[in-house]
Design a binder for this molecule. Structure first.
Ligand code: SF4
Ligand code: SF4
Ligand code: FES
Length: 433
């Protein structure tokens, strides 16, 4: 047994004894449990022994029902799948990092001697902050921070309203099969290997952790989101479905659809079941653009192609080319721009001004054709090799086929393909940053 402190972000909508409702606040509870038990066990012990008003949702306690989604130390996850010992170690790591950063900041401030500390004081900032881990300067290392999930309204303490965000978007993608033709006399027969492609999205338990972590949803609450789009792929990839093109057309043309994802990987990191929602969204994009030739009204497809083309050509992303290449691709596009391209470019003027102001588009050397001026001479060769490897290894990444955590179970002809793609993707990430 070991003692752990859970620092819980609470919200009680009912008025207190004084008849006054209070806003969100933090409360710490000490629990004495085995390190292998879960954060959910800690919360349930707290509710049983210390405060019966603590609201937390749960059912299976075995990472199956998807009802105990919370943020632990700032990371969206399942409370029943997160061990207390590991969460405390992670909290201590975060505290050490924050402490070093604080020392760095204080050192810098002392050296610069710039004015009063005020709002730039880390402690004041933490007190004011409603996001992040909510860690305050006096927290001892190892205090486990537990918060309700993000991107969803909080109903009470750790219970969020999943209906208004998660389930509404889930219904948006028509999450049922629409088979074509008359139904068979008995059941629909599908070869087993035809279903392998959708097994990963079938594994979703609708916990909402990916929705909570999604950065795009934070910026655009209208975004359909990772969970619903992963579910959409489950039906797009199902050979029994007869509405594949219609589904893809709908998701590509929705301004909050597949092109609204910013490829940030947060949903992959958060998902407790290995669904990797971002990968399912990329598959939807590939199917829509490459196989069904859908050019969407949001210009998402062209933007993506311009992105790929510029990095291949210049070794890194050149923002000054991105807008023109997205709306008016190639020489022909620029010599004879369509009305839609002119309209799109005019509408993008505020974005361009922001880019110039922030320095993303200002640099004159960026306008000179060739490799980016800050990159070493052979960078372009490296980037080209990544592109070649990615083209050669165009297999679908499905964890249920290739295995997790290095235990790869390759299908014939796929030996090493996963690691090749991962290395290529990592290298591409570096080049694009
Ligand atoms: S990768 Fe896309 S869907 Fe996933 S969290 Fe980031 S923005 Fe959201
Ligand atoms: S995709 Fe993963 S994180 Fe998102 S709802 Fe499904 S199981 Fe939860
Ligand atoms: S209680 Fe069911 S997933 Fe956590």
């Amino acid at each position: 047994m070991a003692e752990y402190t859970l620092k819980v972000r609470r919200y009680q909508p009912e008025p207190g004894e004084d008849g006054v409702a209070r806003g969100a606040y933090w409360e710490s509870f000490d629990v004495d449990l085995d390190p292998t038990l879960s954060v959910l066990d800690g919360l349930l012990q707290t509710r049983d022994r210390q405060d019966g008003t603590l609201a937390v949702r749960c059912s299976c306690r075995a990472a199956i029902c998807g009802s105990c989604g919370v943020k632990v130390n700032g990371q969206s996850t399942l409370a029943c799948k997160t061990q207390l010992g590991e969460a405390a170690e992670e909290a201590a790591r975060i505290a050490r990092r924050t402490h070093s950063a604080d020392i760095g900041r204080e050192g810098g401030a002392a050296a610069d001697s710039v004015g009063p500390v005020g709002a730039s004081d880390p402690a004041s900032k933490d007190e004011l902050s409603t996001g992040g881990t909510g860690r305050e300067a006096e927290d001892s290392p190892g205090v486990i921070i537990v918060e309700p999930m993000g991107n969803m309204p909080v109903l009470k303490d750790l219970v969020v309203d999943m209906e208004s965000t998660h389930w509404e978007k889930y219904r948006r993608v028509t999450p049922w099969l629409i088979p074509e033709g008359p139904p068979p006399e008995r059941e629909y027969i599908v070869p087993a290997d035809a279903m392998v492609d959708v097994t990963q999205s079938v594994a979703c338990i609708q916990c909402g952790a990916c929705v909570s972590a999604c950065l795009s949803m934070e910026a655009d609450p209208g975004f359909i989101g990772p969970a619903a789009l992963a579910k959409a792929y489950r039906f797009v990839g199902d050979p029994r479905d007869g509405q594949t093109t219609e589904r893809l057309y709908d998701l590509a043309n929705d301004p909050h659809g597949i092109y609204d994802c910013t490829h940030c990987f947060a949903c992959i990191e958060a998902c407790p079941k290995g669904v990797a929602p971002m990968n399912q969204i990329m598959r939807l994009r590939r199917l829509a653009g490459d196989e069904h030739d859908i050019t969407d009204v949001n210009n998402g497809r062209n933007h993506e192609l311009a992105f790929v083309k510029i990095i291949e050509k210049k070794g890194t992303l050149d923002e000054s080319l991105l807008l023109q290449e997205s709306f008016a691709p190639g020489v022909k596009g620029k010599l004879m721009p369509t009305i839609r391209a002119i309209k799109g470019l005019l509408q993008s003027i505020p974005t361009a001004i922001r880019g110039i102001r922030t320095g993303k588009m200002r640099s004159v050397p960026k306008l000179i054709p060739g490799v980016h001026h800050k990159l070493p001479g052979d960078s372009q060769d490296h980037v080209k090799r990544i592109y070649e490897r990615a083209e050669e290894s165009r297999i679908e990444l499905n964890l249920y086929v290739i295995g997790e955590g290095g235990e790869e179970e390759h299908l014939p002809g796929q030996e090493g393909a996963a690691s090749e793609i991962v290395s290529a993707a990592q290298a591409e990430e570096v080049s694009g940053s």
